[in-house]
Design a protein around this ligand. Structure first.
Ligand SMILES: Cc1cc2nc3c(=O)[nH]c(=O)nc-3n(C[C@H](O)[C@H](O)[C@H](O)COP(=O)(O)OP(=O)(O)OC[C@H]3O[C@@H](n4cnc5c(N)ncnc54)[C@H](O)[C@@H]3O)c2cc1C
Ligand code: SF4
Length: 328
């Protein structure tokens, strides 16, 4: 085991300051992913900066109707929050579809966004993996890749991002608030995670010393409905083979607003812009939904063993759109 230091940050400012002072340090949220990766030897930080007790554990409503979610709000608390359940059900459903009750009681908003891929080669230090060891290769491309990407992958990496919550946040047009030594900045949830390209080491656009302090959910127009659907090998404790978050506003039989994001298909939550373009202003019919989803998934490039994910994602998305549109 590699020895490491532990520091419980007493303030947000101290957390950021200590991170900047200790290159290679990691913030510790609930530890449900980071500690596992340390046990596997995948992560070897010299210092853990525990941020789990910082006063970032509140969900509050802004005067403009936006919801502010602190970076250390536990996944269970967020899923159960009345404003999330009533106004952003896709987020509540996505959280409840992830992990297990015990894990959700510990896991934080910031940690959930930054959890790492479950690609089996990434988690096995005896195997090559470009994400863990740049230039070593990607054995998943020709090896075990049933659970991996069908969209946006590269020759360097075909991993998927595992978070359910991040998929709902992308469809809900959330914003991630980051605080670093140079101050605060915001990034859209859609732009937070990146595609692998030729640099699969980097999952997101966060800088090494930045702390996720908040996630902001914008208010939704009256009449907007949302849901999250997930297909997986087991009914609980399993990552998405494919999932979809849909946010929809239908008026007088036409789609006024549609936002879709897929999970389990790519290195990041996959915002379905081509589908949204077709849905906007179009009649709210099953035929439109099928055409829209097919247009999006035309970009899919399945690997040898995961073409089934495209069919799965198509059915999930078309069903979700039809179900939401049928609501009174
Ligand atoms: C058996 C199992 C099944 C699971 N199934 C699912 C599933 O189906 N769906 C799903 O979505 N998830 C699933 N998970 C993953 C779980 O949701 C994540 O482990 C959890 O959300 C991570 O949150 P955490 O607070 O424990 O993060 P940590 O493990 O504490 O941290 C993860 C990463 O985030 C960084 N970090 C933490 N907080 C911050 C912050 N505020 N600012 C900046 N960086 C930060 C850490 O440095 C680390 O790099 C599963 C986990 C397990 C173990
Ligand atoms: S898919 Fe990505 S994470 Fe998996 S082995 Fe290839 S490079 Fe590593």
């Amino acid at each position: 085991m590699k020895p490491f230091g532990y520091l419980r940050a007493r303030s947000v400012a101290e957390a950021v300051r200590e991170s900047a002072a200790h290159p290679g340090a990691r913030f510790l949220g609930g530890g449900t992913n980071l500690v596992d990766l340390m046990k596997l030897g995948v992560e070897t930080p010299g210092l853990l900066i525990d941020v789990s007790r910082l006063p970032l554990d509140r969900v509050t409503e802004s005067a403009d109707g936006a919801l502010r979610i602190g970076g250390t709000v536990r996944n269970s608390d967020l899923a159960a929050h009345p404003a999330v359940r009533t106004r952003y059900p896709a987020l509540s459903q996505a959280l409840l579809a992830g992990a297990s009750g015990q894990l959700r009681n510990t896991a934080t908003t910031g940690g959930n966004l930054l959890q790492r891929t479950r690609c089996p080669y990434f988690q096995d230090t005896s195997k090559p993996c470009n994400k863990r060891e740049p230039g070593s290769g990607c054995p998943a491309r020709e090896g075990v890749h049933r659970d991996l990407a069908v969209l946006g992958h590269s020759t360097a990496c075909v991993a998927t991002h595992p978070s359910d919550m991040a998929v709902a946040l992308a469809a809900l047009d959330a914003t991630v608030v980051l605080l670093g030594p140079d101050g605060a900045r915001t990034v859209s949830a859609t732009g937070f995670h990146r595609l692998p390209g030729d640099d699969p080491v980097t999952d997101t656009v966060i800088r090494p010393d930045e702390l996720i302090t908040e996630v902001l959910l914008p208010p939704l127009p009256d009449g907007t409905v949302s849901l999250y659907r997930k297909a997986r090998d087991r009914a609980s404790f399993a990552f998405a083979l494919a999932s979809v978050a849909v946010v929809l506003h239908v008026r007088d039989g036409r789609t006024e607003h549609a936002a879709l994001a897929f999970g389990g298909l790519a290195h990041r939550p996959w915002r379905a812009r081509a589908a949204e373009e077709i849905l906007r202003g179009a009649p709210a019919t099953e035929g439109t939904y099928e055409a829209a989803v097919d247009a999006e998934l035309a970009a899919a490039r399945p690997l040898r063993d995961n073409a089934f994910k495209v069919t799965l994602a198509r059915r999930l998305a078309v069903d979700a759109l039809a179900e939401l549109a049928a609501r009174p």
